[in-house]
Design a protein around this ligand. Structure first.
Ligand SMILES: Nc1ncnc2c1ncn2[C@@H]1O[C@H](COP(=O)(O)OP(=O)(O)O)[C@@H](O)[C@H]1O
Ligand SMILES: [Mg+2]
Length: 259
């Protein structure tokens, strides 16, 4: 089992869209996926139409008030599971901050899944801030996937997250975490800028950047309002094709570790 954090301190770059649709594409390929929504805004939860649930989030397990296995919910898609988010999670952040183990609480909470190997991959959909939940995700993750929007300040944003990762390593909370994959999102083929940004990010991060680039398509932004992944909403469109290609590339990159 591998824990992968979808992380970028910037909002609106495609973390949630990638966590949901890469996760679903991998589940369709037969991998057992658990998506944990770590953002109190609960956007990933909405993508499955589960935003009205209460008391089902990671809040209680994080505060050691309930076993984490109790919070795993099935989705309409076989092999795709979710632990939804709700606004309570924002409160968990405050509670955790008080404890001496405030960086490693999530890692400890996920320990039962490491022990029983119930999933092939756990995706952590991080909130867009450098708060306690995101640093906990970095401390718990085996690797990071960082979505980057194809826009002008892409590299500046990347430099910031690289610094945060260094801090987590230095703190001793997780010495193996690194950016394993960068996914370029919202690529607009009609502009030169998108192409230039991709070239620039590749020049700096070479093969850590996925070959698959996610195009900007309105279908990807519409699907969540129907509580659907792109594979239910527009299965043959460019967004679905791109996330299927991303999943195939992900599988190739992780080939040595699957069972
Ligand atoms: N490839 C894309 N094309 C068009 N819209 C997208 C694409 N990826 C994400 N979006 C939209 O952009 C917004 C931000 O994406 P989201 O995945 O929620 O980012 P984050 O989780 O990083 O904040 C959402 O409204 C989402 O539907
Ligand atoms: Mg998000």
């Amino acid at each position: 089992m591998k824990i992968i954090a979808l992380a970028n301190q910037k909002g609106g770059v495609g973390k949630t869209t990638t966590a949901v649709n890469l996760g679903c594409a991998l589940a369709q390929r037969g991998h057992r996926i658990l998506l944990i929504d770590l953002d109190p805004q609960a956007n990933a939860t909405s993508c499955f139409g589960m935003q009205d649930l209460e008391g089902e989030s990671l809040y209680e397990p994080l505060l050691r008030e309930a076993p984490i296995a109790d919070k795993v919910l099935p989705t309409r898609l076989d092999k795709m599971f979710i632990i939804p988010a709700d606004l309570d999670l924002a409160g968990a952040e405050i509670e955790i901050a008080r404890g001496p183990d405030h960086l490693t609480r999530l890692s400890e909470t996920l320990e039962p899944f490491r022990a029983d190997n119930a999933f092939d991959y756990i995706f952590l959909d991080c909130p867009p801030s450098l708060g306690i939940l995101m640093t906990n995700a970095l401390a718990a993750a085996d690797e990071l996937i960082t979505p980057i929007q194809c826009e002008f300040f892409a590299l500046e944003g990347l430099a910031k997250i690289v610094r945060v990762i260094e801090q987590v390593r230095k703190s001793g909370a997780n010495d193996r975490v690194e950016i394993a994959g960068i996914v370029m999102t919202m690529f607009d083929g009609r502009t030169n800028l998108s192409g230039q940004v991709v070239a620039e990010v590749r020049a700096h991060f070479s093969d850590r950047v996925y070959d698959t680039v996610i195009p900007r398509t309105v279908r990807l932004s519409e699907a969540p309002s129907f509580g659907k992944s792109i594979f239910e909403y527009d299965p043959n469109g460019p967004g679905a094709r791109a996330y299927r290609a991303l999943a195939d590339e992900f599988i190739r990159r992780h080939a040595s570790e699957t069972t």
